[in-house]
Design a protein around this ligand. Structure first.
Ligand SMILES: Cc1cc2nc3c(=O)[nH]c(=O)nc-3n(C[C@H](O)[C@H](O)[C@H](O)COP(=O)(O)O)c2cc1C
Length: 405
């Protein structure tokens, strides 16, 4: 199955009106993340969709991020008291409404003007952390002012040390709760579908421009004030590389390809708060993280956008948990589209999950209300599925309720 094709239900109806996801404007009609995705596909121009949806090369990793969940099936228990179905959990010592954070995604300004602030507001209203990316389009100081926000900062290393040092110091001044160091994107993945939208690096093809111009609503909500800018790193960019595409490629070129655990140790020394390393898969790297002094690990494939033909985080989760022991925070990212996916991750040993595209579909489809809707859907599905499988608290969830099929 192509990862871009919606999953076809086995309940086919011959010669009756075809089923279709709810891509309409009424938020009250939205039933699942698939509906938000369908509307996203209606509203966004093709080059934005390729950026949002695409994976690297053959997109085999992107596909695995979803099929890994399908390989695990529930074996439900009956006659259990499931009257509470509590889904909140402590995250870094504080209550979170779900064991979930909105994942760091760069270039959110392509989806909507002010997108990082919108995601942050929805996360704060709902009650989960928001991880702001180095490649975001709003300043971290502006995002930090969102009332009630649990603000985490995702760090990319590029250019001379002064850049990451300045970003880490600013994140501390903004009282960011956690630093998330992403280590699987020092060399940018070959995202062919994304590249097919352009001649060379920065010149969009005429068809891409025409298609974008056709999407008038997107033009009005996104580009009416010009292309988004890299608000947090702009001062570090050469003056002729501050444009959108130019800035993105300049930063890519400046990312050191020889980053090692010694660099992680230097960042650990400077950042005093909670620190995660994001983007690990190999058990030896999980062992190295355990011994490096970072607080937690986020397994993941960068949404299938980096190494092609890789395993998904779910495939190596139990092994990673065994290495880290019970106490060290272990999160995963990749493929979360249902509340049941969150439960499977918890059952196999995760403390929490990052959701990337799911809240972005909400953002693209309905702005802040759509992001909130995406989070509420995941929560509703988690609570329902817990009832279906006989679990009343998240502590009841475990691998004893799953079979690999
Ligand atoms: C459009 C997009 C942009 C992303 N940008 C970043 C980024 O700047 N930094 C980062 O650490 N991860 C980035 N990621 C990876 C996400 O943090 C997360 O790991 C991934 O989206 C999880 O997969 P999912 O989208 O299936 O939930 C990006 C993912 C997407 C889809």
């Amino acid at each position: 199955m192509s990862p871009l094709a919606p999953r076809v239900s086995p309940a086919q109806f011959a010669r009756t009106p075809r089923r279709a996801f709810n891509a309409g404007p009424r938020l009250t009609q939205v039933q699942s993340i698939d509906d938000l995705r369908a509307r996203t596909h209606q509203l966004m121009p093709r080059f934005v969709l390729e950026y949002l949806e695409g994976g690297a090369q053959s997109e085999a990793t992107l596909e695995r991020d979803r099929t890994a969940f399908e390989d695990w099936r529930w074996v439900p228990r009956m006659l259990r008291d499931v009257s509470h179905r509590k889904v909140s959990r402590r995250v870094l010592g504080q209550d979170a409404r779900l064991p979930l954070a909105i994942a760091p995604t760069g270039l959110n300004g392509l989806f909507m003007r002010g997108a990082d602030l919108t995601l942050a507001r929805a996360a704060a209203r709902f009650g989960v952390p928001f991880v702001q990316g180095t490649m975001s389009n709003e300043t971290m100081e502006d995002v930090a002012r969102v009332p009630g926000l649990r603000h985490w900062w995702q760090l990319y290393i590029f250019g001379p040390d002064e850049i990451w040092q300045a970003l880490v110091d600013r994140a501390a001044a903004c009282k960011c709760e956690a630093l998330v160091l992403t280590v699987n994107a020092q060399l940018y993945g070959l995202r062919e579908w994304d590249s097919r939208q352009r001649f060379g690096r920065t010149l969009p093809k005429p068809a891409t421009v025409l298609d974008a111009a056709w999407h008038t609503r997107w033009l009005a909500t996104t580009l009416s004030h010009g292309m988004p800018r890299f608000a947090n790193v702009e001062p570090f960019l050469p003056e002729d590389s501050r444009g959108f595409f130019e800035g993105a490629f300049w930063i890519r070129d400046q990312m050191p390809k020889a980053l090692t655990w010694a660099d992680v140790a230097r960042i650990r020394e400077r950042w005093k708060g909670a620190m995660f390393v994001k983007g690990l898969l190999h058990p030896d790297d999980v062992r190295a993280a355990r011994d490096s002094g970072v607080d937690g690990v986020m397994l993941g494939t960068h949404g299938g956008r980096q190494a092609d033909e890789a395993v998904s985080a779910l495939d190596v989760l139990e092994e990673a948990r065994a290495i880290l022991g019970d106490d060290r925070p272990l999160w995963i990212s990749g493929g979360i589209r249902r509340g049941g996916d969150v439960l499977k991750a918890l059952a196999l040993g995760a403390d929490g999950v990052l959701a990337g595209r799911a809240p972005l579909y909400g953002l693209c489809a309905h702005g802040e209300a759509g992001v909130l809707k995406a989070l509420v859907l995941l929560e509703t599905e988690m609570r329902n599925q817990m009832g279906q499988i006989g679990a009343d608290t998240l502590d009841d969830i475990g691998s004893h309720l799953l079979r690999r099929v």
